[in-house]
Design a protein around this ligand. Structure first.
Ligand code: GDP
Length: 294
């Protein structure tokens, strides 16, 4: 996903390393190129601007200008600032009991798949997840979740066909969870092509009833700035606690990944890195920063 941005950054660093000592002008020129590369990667305008300002602030210090290896020092500054931009430390889930996770997002972002992938990951960590199908708008979603649940060996709650009352489903699901062995409840909710008031209302009611510790939005990294706008709107409506960023394996330019945290102030907690059920991992900002810088 980040190959084009990585290539451009590599060029800038190579150029900087070519100088024995570097001047303020060298740094200014390099940062201008980096800014262009970030914007070209579809990074949010303000995020790119602030990022460059922070790097500049550190890079203009005496330490770098006097250094005999200024190029290396600048790469280190970039690595640290990129890690911070991506959220700093990895953000674990809050799984105090009863651990309830609401998974929200637009259609096609990867909600149903990610709900099952998260269940699989938690199971591999010794948890006993339960999956609950709450997408009453797309009948196929219930069957899809049930198939995935079977694949990962996790119990699943399926509402009656034709059920339209999401609160009723929530109540029944909670009762089912009490009777079924498990310690983390994952609710796969309905999406839309675009966020609308009835969906917000439905999710608000579900949130109020379930009081989930985690509300995770699933964002498709391939949709770039749109993913950032959508996450902002969901956050304003529901108060998110984190982000699942899917399709990081795609060839999109990476702007969403680099802007989401800074714009929403919510941590990216997990990343989808392929269609397969096991292609899902805890999100580590420093690892992605390292990958981007090559
Ligand atoms: P939902 O409408 O939000 O529930 O989306 P789905 O879970 O049905 O996923 C939509 C499509 O995206 C499916 O074809 C998934 O296999 C695919 N998908 C989900 N996550 C990833 C990912 O991390 N990488 C790739 N390549 N595809 C993904």
């Amino acid at each position: 996903m980040f190959s084009r941005l990585s290539d451009k950054l590599q060029d800038v660093f190579k150029d900087l390393r070519g100088h024995g000592r570097i001047s303020e002008k060298n740094i200014t020129d390099a940062l201008r190129d980096v800014r262009m590369a970030l914007l070209d990667a579809d990074v949010h305008f303000q995020v790119a601007k602030d990022f460059i300002a922070r790097v500049k602030d550190k890079a203009m210090g005496e330490e770098v200008l006097r250094s005999v290896t200024p190029g290396q020092q600048i790469v280190k500054i970039f690595h640290d600032e990129l890690t911070t931009l991506l959220g700093g430390d990895a953000a674990p889930l809050n799984l105090t009991k009863p651990a309830r996770i609401l998974v929200v997002g637009l259609n096609g972002a990867g909600k149903t798949t990610s709900s099952a992938k998260l269940a699989r990951l938690l199971k591999s960590q010794g948890r006993a997840p339960q999956l609950i199908a709450c997408d009453l708008h797309r009948p196929a979603a219930i069957a899809q979740l049930a198939t995935l649940a079977e694949q990962v060996g996790v119990p699943v709650y399926q509402p009656q066909a034709g059920e339209t009352d999401v609160l009723k489903v929530g109540r029944e699901a909670v009762a089912w969870c009490d009777q079924t062995p498990g310690d983390v409840q994952i609710y796969d909710t309905a999406g839309r092509q675009d966020l609308d008031e009835p969906l917000i209302e439905e999710l608000r009611r579900l949130k109020e009833f379930l009081q989930p510790q985690e509300i995770l939005i699933v964002c498709d990294a391939a949709t770039g700035q749109q993913a950032v706008n959508v996450a902002e709107k969901f956050h304003a409506a529901l108060g998110l606690t984190g982000i699942i960023l899917t399709k990081l394996d795609g060839d999109a330019r990476g702007g969403a990944a680099l802007s989401l945290r800074e714009v929403t102030k919510q941590p990216i907690k997990f990343a989808g890195v392929g269609e397969k059920i096991e292609q899902f991992e805890q999100f580590y900002p420093d690892r992605l920063a390292g990958r981007i810088l090559g």
